[in-house]
Structure formats: structure tokens, C-alpha cells
Write a protein that binds this ligand. Structure first.
Ligand code: ADP
Ligand code: MG
Length: 244
């Protein structure tokens, strides 16, 4: 089996008095696609945001690619290039065209020259099937296309791991599949992916492992068949029962 590329060990996070993550243990191996499911408020987004230091954990450890990412001297820009993130709301810059959105970090953070950045950006857009939209602005695209640009923007940086936080939750139902298909294709390239999702059919069909989060901990984890067809915990059963 491949070595873990992302490891959460006893991860804790509090906001004031409220402890949102109460000791999360999770390991993702190179090339794995792990889906995280669980009720709203269970800490899924907080967990992902800790992995690229959008949040600072209050305890435990996060090791990515053999590096403790809580180290005081960590280069956060470098971390974020290696850990791509796709958000529910695409967070594209409205005043930049598609290619501008995809190349921004390449130019500002990686200091690439325009021509090279645009080549890398077009390559990423080709992977999400949107090379022909390079000169369009976000408001000229459908939600599904905007999210595919969000994915292209992340993969342009050649990350080691991709984190997805409910990437299809803001989309009209008929646009969900085009985004999930891009994610499937990305997975076929060997990308390591940690995906928070409510798309149970996707998790069931595509994930290597499924994590059920509840109350700030990993309440249950297993293969998709374990979680969806023979859930052990009462809470897991009632959560997945609504979809099966
Ligand atoms: P999920 O993604 O599973 O719905 P979240 O990680 O977004 O859960 O939130 C878990 C809990 O943490 C919720 O109760 C939420 O209100 C709280 N929370 C999240 N972010 C913040 C924040 N920045 N400040 C205070 N509380 C927060
Ligand atoms: Mg969330």
C-alpha cells in the first residue's frame, strides 16, 4: 500500500468555548480518493480548512508529505500550492477572465512569466474541458463551468493533494454531473483527493474509503460498501439510510 500523504492525528479545533474538532484521526494515502460525509456542523469544513492552514488547529498534528504543517517556520504559500482547495462557492475573481483566474497564483506566487503561466493554465483548462472558455469572464459561465474553472485553478499549481469542500452543493442539479465527471477524470490521473460531499452516489461509486464525521470526530470509516451497505453505528445508519 502507498504511504500516507496526508495524516491527521488527534486533530482538535475550538472556537472560543465550542470544540468543533474533538480528536480527528484520518489518513489519506497517495492516489486515494477519500469521501467525507456527515451532518451539517460536524466539522467537515473546519477539518479541510486546517489542512491548508486557513484555520489554525488548537491541538493534534497534521502531516502532509512527511511535513508537520503546524511548524512555526512553515511557508504557507508553499503549503497551499501543494494542497489544492476547491470551495463550495467557486470564489473566482469576477474582474479576471478564466485564464486570468487560473494563472493568477502561477504568476503572483510561483512568479512564472506570462507566456509560461498561460501555457500551464491552458493545459489545466483542457483537463476540465474548458480551454475554449479561456477568454470568458466568470459571469458568462454556468455554475458548473465556474466550478470546473475552480478545479483548473487548483490543478494548475500541480498540487500533491486536492481538498474539495462540497464542490457541487451550490449547483443546480443538472450541473452536478459535469463537475463530478471532472473529479472522476482527475482521480484517473492518480491525484490524491479528500472530498467532503453530499453526493452519496458519487461517494458510493468512486471513493476508495468513506469517512462518516459526527460531532467533531470520525465516527465510522470503511469502504463505500461498509458505510453504505452495512453501517455499524446508529448515527451512520440513519444518516446514510436517507440515501440508500
Ligand atoms: P460542516 O462543514 O461539517 O458543516 P463546519 O466545520 O463548517 O461543519 O462547522 C462546525 C462548527 O463550527 C459549526 O457549529 C460552526 O458553526 C462552527 N464554526 C465554523 N467556523 C467557525 C468560525 N469561524 N467561528 C466560529 N464558529 C465556527
Ligand atoms: Mg461545511
Amino acid at each position: 500500500m502507498n504511504a500516507p500523504i496526508l495524516e491527521l492525528i488527534g486533530l482538535r479545533k475550538s472556537y472560543g468555548e465550542q470544540e468543533v474538532l474533538r480528536g480527528v484521526d484520518l489518513r489519506v494515502r497517495t492516489g486515494e480518493l477519500v469521501c467525507v460525509i456527515g451532518p451539517s456542523g460536524s466539522g467537515k469544513s473546519t477539518m479541510l480548512r486546517c489542512c491548508n492552514r486557513l484555520e489554525t488547529p488548537t491541538g493534534g498534528q497534521i502531516v502532509i508529505d512527511g511535513q508537520d504543517i503546524m511548524r512555526a517556520d512553515l511557508d504557507i504559500n508553499l503549503l497551499r500550492q501543494g494542497v489544492g482547495m476547491v470551495f463550495q462557492h467557486f470564489n473566482l475573481y469576477p474582474h479576471l477572465d478564466v485564464l486570468g483566474n487560473v494563472t493568477l497564483a502561477l504568476r503572483r506566487v510561483q512568479k512564472m512569466r506570462r507566456a509560461e503561466a498561460e501555457e500551464v493554465g491552458r493545459e489545466a483548462l483542457t483537463k476540465v474541458g474548458l480551454a475554449h472558455k479561456a477568454a470568458n469572464y466568470p459571469n458568462q459561465l454556468s455554475g458548473g463551468q465556474q466550478q470546473r474553472v475552480g478545479i483548473a485553478r487548483a490543478i494548475a499549481l500541480k498540487p500533491r493533494v486536492m481538498l474539495f469542500d462540497e464542490p457541487t452543493s451550490a449547483l443546480d442539479p443538472e450541473l452536478v454531473d459535469e463537475v463530478l465527471n471532472v473529479m472522476r477524470a482527475l482521480r484517473e490521473t492518480g491525484m490524491t483527493m479528500l472530498v467532503v460531499t453530499h453526493e452519496m452516489a458519487f461517494a458510493h461509486a468512486v471513493a476508495d474509503r468513506v469517512i462518516f464525521m459526527d460531532g467533531g470526530v470520525v465516527a465510522e470509516s470503511g469502504t463505500p460498501a461498509d458505510i453504505f451497505e452495512r453501517p455499524q453505528g446508529e448515527r451512520t445508519r440513519s444518516f446514510v439510510g436517507r440515501y440508500m
